[in-house]
Design a protein around this ligand. Structure first.
Ligand code: C2O
Length: 536
């Protein structure tokens, strides 16, 4: 293993899409940003220099950050933001992980343009547990907003209403010919007949889960969230914001041009931006100008298509890559996730109220000092450790919502002893909108041991849990009006954010943090902070 040095200059760049042009915040002037390559076991040093007028922080989404929480990145959780003109070196070692992840800004809505792929290759000489592809291609899915995303969310917070949706989806930064204004702006993936390609598909969009498919070609799923899965073939995959999926695709069809499509999934009555981003799979030697083979994308509410993919996922669970599912549980937790309403006298458009979101009825309030600093330096008054392990009032989540939709505000964490095991059931409250919430846990991978619709039943549902080969991930969709059960081992001391990766819900408060104490052993404590850790 080696030490790899990267330099991320956060700079403004002018970008033109859909017939309009705007300055965007980027890393090194690129959208999507540069791909960061490393190998399992490597130490990565990324020097982030902030040349823009916004505060910045960068998160290495899915990297375990064992004992190095200072490098995790969420602003006001593990670090104060990097202020204009300042820099910070993220220093972490990649332990026991290989595969596709992503990095992104983790402050306000900056990640709309500040994101990129993080590719961890296996150690030298270690093969993939599937036939080696002839070529690998990074495919970053995103959104494009004609307006400034910081203005979009600030406006929504002022009015109390839901923010606007994006103007297009993108594949590697390109919407594809979705309108006259983008007829020339598509991504092309050149292929050669008979060859196999591994696509590292990443959803970096702010607010939309996306279906992804290629006309005429089956996708063989081999990895999600940088963990190997039992390979299976499927037409359409579903990738939520923050999730990654590696698929193999063989150019085994007649030479031609095939449409590649990314379209939104929203299993609730809420209207979303339904523009499909398109790209082209282009067999070499084909001269046709436009894709010759098209495909239908699933409708926005195609829950069966989503379930077909999700229910097919199993850990590889081989000798070399065993599924280390905790078989016993120290903390048995039930968290509700969903929306709510809070009074807001200044919200004119919202009629005196505003949309909020909560976990176990707590709408998380961002502190003004990073939680990890407060924890490490024992600064009082920044957070409390009374995050409830069970919902404050139990109700029928799929029936009539409670008459009081109000949540409580707080900066509360849930405390875990080092190496304790956690079973966490995430229950969608279906209040206001039954909606799929892609929940991301920092600092850990977890096993998705169960999933169901309606109310979680603690007596009967555990009987169907998969404790053998459940899929291992870092971001999981809590089904609309349903629940998921996950397990993980709290073997990483520090403060770890957990939140809905739909940025609008994070902003509204669908977030909380776990505090994991130090262990007693020699390598079981959070390391001290680096000397250049930003100050608030
Ligand atoms: Cu990818 Cu806390 O996020």
């Amino acid at each position: 293993s080696i030490v790899r040095h990267y330099k991320f200059n956060v700079v403004k760049a002018q970008a033109t899409k859909l017939c309009s042009s705007k300055p965007i915040v980027t890393v090194n002037g690129k959208f999507p940003g540069p791909t960061l390559y490393a190998r399992e076991g490597d130490t990565v040093l990324v020097r982030v220099v902030n040349h823009v007028k916004y505060n910045v922080s960068i998160h290495w989404h899915g990297i375990r950050q064992l004992r190095t929480g200072w490098a995790d990145g969420p602003a006001y959780i593990t670090q104060c933001p990097i202020q204009p003109g300042q820099s910070y070196v993220y220093n972490f070692t990649i332990t026991g992980q290989r595969g596709t992840l992503l990095w992104h800004a983790h402050i306000l809505w900056l990640r709309s343009t500040v994101h990129g792929a993080l590719v961890i290759l296996p150690k030298h000489g270690v093969p993939y547990p599937f036939p080696k592809p002839d070529k690998e291609v990074v495919v970053v899915l995103g959104e494009w907003w004609k307006s400034d995303t910081e203005a979009v969310i600030n406006e929504a917070l002022k009015s109390g209403l839901a923010p606007n949706v994006s103007d297009a989806h993108t594949i590697n930064g390109h919407p594809g010919p979705v309108s006259n204004c983008s007829s020339q702006d598509g991504f092309t993936l050149p292929v050669q007949n008979g060859k196999t390609y591994m696509l590292r598909v990443i959803n970096a969009a702010l607010n939309e889960e996306l279906f992804f498919k290629i006309a005429g070609h089956k996708l063989t799923v081999v990895e999600v969230d940088a963990t190997y899965v039992k390979p299976f073939k499927i037409d359409t995959i579903l990738v939520a914001p923050g999730q990654t999926t590696n698929v193999l695709v063989t150019a085994d069809q007649n030479a031609g041009k095939y449409l590649v499509a990314a379209s939104p999934f929203m299993d609730s009555p809420i209207a979303v931006d339904n523009l499909t981003a398109t790209a082209t799979l282009h067999y070499s030697g084909t001269l046709a100008a436009a894709p010759t083979t098209l495909t239908n994308t699933p409708p926005q509410n195609a829950t069966p298509v989503a379930n077909n993919f999700t229910n097919s996922l199993r850990s590889l669970n081989s000798k070399k890559y065993p599924a280390t599912v905790p078989q016993t549980v120290d903390h048995n937790l039930l968290f509700t996730v969903g929306l709510g309403i809070n009074p807001c006298p200044t919200c004119k458009a919202g009629n005196g109220s505003r949309a909020v979101a909560a976990v176990n009825n707590v709408t998380f309030v961002m502190p003004t000092t990073a939680l990890l600093q407060a924890h490490f330096f024992k600064i009082g008054g920044v957070f409390t450790t009374d995050f409830p392990g069970q919902p404050p009032h139990v109700f029928n989540y799929t029936g009539t919502p409670p008459s009081n939709l109000q949540t409580t505000n707080g900066t509360k964490v849930y405390r875990l002893a080092y190496n304790s095991t956690v079973q966490l059931v995430l229950q969608d409250t279906a209040i206001i909108a039954p909606e799929n919430h892609p929940v991301h846990l920092h600092g850990f991978n977890f096993f998705a041991i169960g999933r169901g619709l309606g109310n979680y039943n603690p007596k009967t549902d555990p009987k169907s849990f998969n404790l053998v080969d459940p899929v291992e991930r870092n971001t999981i969709g809590v089904p609309s009006g349903g629940w998921v059960a996950i397990r993980f081992r709290a073997d990483n001391p520090g403060v770890w954010f957990m939140h809905c990766h739909l940025e609008v819900h994070t902003t509204w408060g669908l977030k909380m943090a776990f505090l994991v104490d130090n262990g007693k052993g020699p390598n079981e404590s959070l390391l001290p902070p680096p000397s250049d850790l930003p100050k608030c």
